[in-house]
Each structure stands twice: as C-alpha cells, then as structure tokens.
Write a protein that binds this ligand. Structure first.
Ligand code: RIB
Length: 296
C-alpha cells in the first residue's frame, strides 16, 4: 500500500511583516527567508513523516534541485519526479505578527505535468494504493478521471480553490475530500460541517469528507458516521503549511490502519506543532514529536 502524490514543489520566499500589505500600500519586511514548500511537497513530507510509503510525482525546474534533495532526505520516493527547463514554481508569502499568512504562487514547473507523465506514472499503481492531489499543478482533472477509470482511490485537497476548478473538476472521482471552511463553502454553499457533509454525501454517497475548522479543530464524515476533534491551542509563529501537515498525517495514519478519530487527533496535533515554527516544510514534525505532544 502506497501513496502517490501528484503535487507542486515550490521555493517559498517568506517575508515577515507587521501586517499583510493592503492594496496600494508599500511595506518594508523585517526579514526574508527561503524554504521548501508547495502544498504537494509539504503533504508528501508529512505523509512520509507519519510513516507512510510515499511517492511524489511532479516537475521541478532548473532551479529546483534543493527541493528534490529535501524530499529525499525526508524519505519520499522520487521515481516519478521529472525535471523541466522552466523556472521552478515559487510562492511569495507574507507572515504577519500573529503568524497569519497571505500567499501568491507562481506555478512555473508545476504546470509542466503532462498527460504522458500521468499515464506513465499511474501505470505503476493499483486500487490498493491511494493517489493524492492538490490544485497547484496542471492535469488535475485528467488525473482524477484516470483514477476513476483505474479504480484507484483519490484524495483531493482542492487548494487553492478556483472557479475554473469548481466548473470542471469531476468530484465524483474523489474518495477523500480534504477542505478548509472556505473551500467547503465554495463547493457546497454551506458553512456548518454537518450541512456540508449532507450536501456532499447526497451527491457522492461513497465520499469521505475531512474538514479543518481553524481554531475549532477538524471534522470527519462519511455515510456511516460524523466525528469532531477539538484543536490543540498553541502560540502561532507561522501558520503556513499547517493544513498540509494535517492532510499528510491524517491520510498517512488512516492508510496505516488508525481509525478516523485517532487520525484526526494526530493530524490536529501535528498541525499544532507545525504552527509553532517558521516555514512550511521545515516545520512539519516527526511522528515521535507528535506522540510526545499527545502524552504531555
Ligand atoms: O500550504 C502552504 C503552501 O502553499 C506554501 O508552502 C506555498 O508554497 C503554497 O503552495
């Protein structure tokens, strides 16, 4: 059993600011740092740190070698990572004094995934595996369609959400939908988790919904049950990548046999630890750190 993550890899440019810049305003940052990121890369590292055998499929650009090295150092398998001549994807991230962020991404190499790469890669996977995907790469609709045809379960984190995605994405191909409150609202026009679940399960009865609720923790629902997990409250330094940490730990632990309630608890703990450190990928804890956090 393996997870194949078709995902973005970004070079994050992190600017610490007093407040998120307003339209028309010029603001001096107090610091600039660079770190590995991209929702795809972050989720692959979180999956691997949860103990899950994880393959990352995607494209790095001519300036993206350090991203490959970081994935490899964290135990992520790179058989399906390809190189392109284009500039690597990157993100411009402002982090304010409260640790909240605002992110602009440039797709770059992440937009170079082709139909041929998808077909070549999926040919090595089976219905016993899980494919994971976000919305920062090319080919998301095609990957979903092929997973459906090949009966390979698909976990989808539709982030960042867009009107194009809402209009074109085959949500009936999704086994696990992992959303925050904004994404849930954009898809269902409902805010309340039980109503989000009711909307989705009526249309897609086999879907499993996982919803993060910010300071209220996280929620899981399928056709048999609905579960809630309160958040762990910590001092936030930087919330960038907290959702990715949650996603990787939740899916990794479910795939390794934890029940949904336990997987929610571990995923909330992992993301709580992640927000206490700066950066996305560098802040993702190990499973041992999560275990220690939970026994304290
Ligand atoms: O979810 C956080 C990530 O979003 C950052 O690492 C950035 O690269 C963007 O993809």
């Amino acid at each position: 059993m393996r997870v194949l993550n078709f995902g973005s890899l970004n070079i994050d440019h992190i600017y610490r600011v007093d407040h998120i810049v307003s339209p028309g305003e010029t603001l001096a940052a107090s610091s600039l740092s660079f770190a590995a990121g991209g929702k795809g890369l972050n989720q692959s590292i979180a999956l691997a740190k949860s103990g899950m055998l994880t393959y990352h499929a995607g494209c790095i650009g001519s300036d993206g070698q350090s991203l490959e090295d970081i994935l490899s150092q964290n135990g992520v398998k790179l058989n399906y990572l390809e190189k392109t001549d284009s500039v690597n994807g990157h993100a411009i991230i402002q982090v304010n004094a409260q640790g909240q962020n605002s992110i602009v991404i440039f797709g770059g190499s992440n937009r170079s995934i082709t139909q041929e790469q998808v077909d070549r890669t999926l040919a090595d996977f089976t219905p016993q595996d899980l494919v994971l995907m976000q919305n920062e790469t090319s080919m998301v609709c095609y990957i979903a369609q092929r997973c459906k045809e090949l009966h390979i379960p698909l976990a989808f984190n539709p982030s960042p959400i867009s009107s194009e995605l809402l209009d074109t994405f085959p949500f009936d191909a999704v086994s696990y939908l992992l959303v925050n409150e904004t994404e849930a609202y954009d898809i269902t026009k409902e805010k309340e988790p039980d109503r989000v679940a009711a909307f989705l399960l009526e249309k897609y009865p086999e879907m499993k919904l996982v919803m993060t609720l910010g300071g209220d923790g996280a929620y899981y629902a399928d056709k048999n049950m609905a579960l809630q997990q309160p958040a762990f409250h910590v001092e936030a330094v930087d919330t960038t990548g907290a959702g990715d940490t949650f996603t990787g730990f939740f899916l990794g632990l479910v795939m390794q046999g934890k029940d949904y309630q336990e997987a929610l608890r571990y995923a909330c703990a992992a993301s709580a630890i992640a927000v206490t450190k700066q950066g996305a990928a560098p802040a993702i804890p190990t499973l041992d750190m999560v275990n220690d956090f939970l026994v304290k």
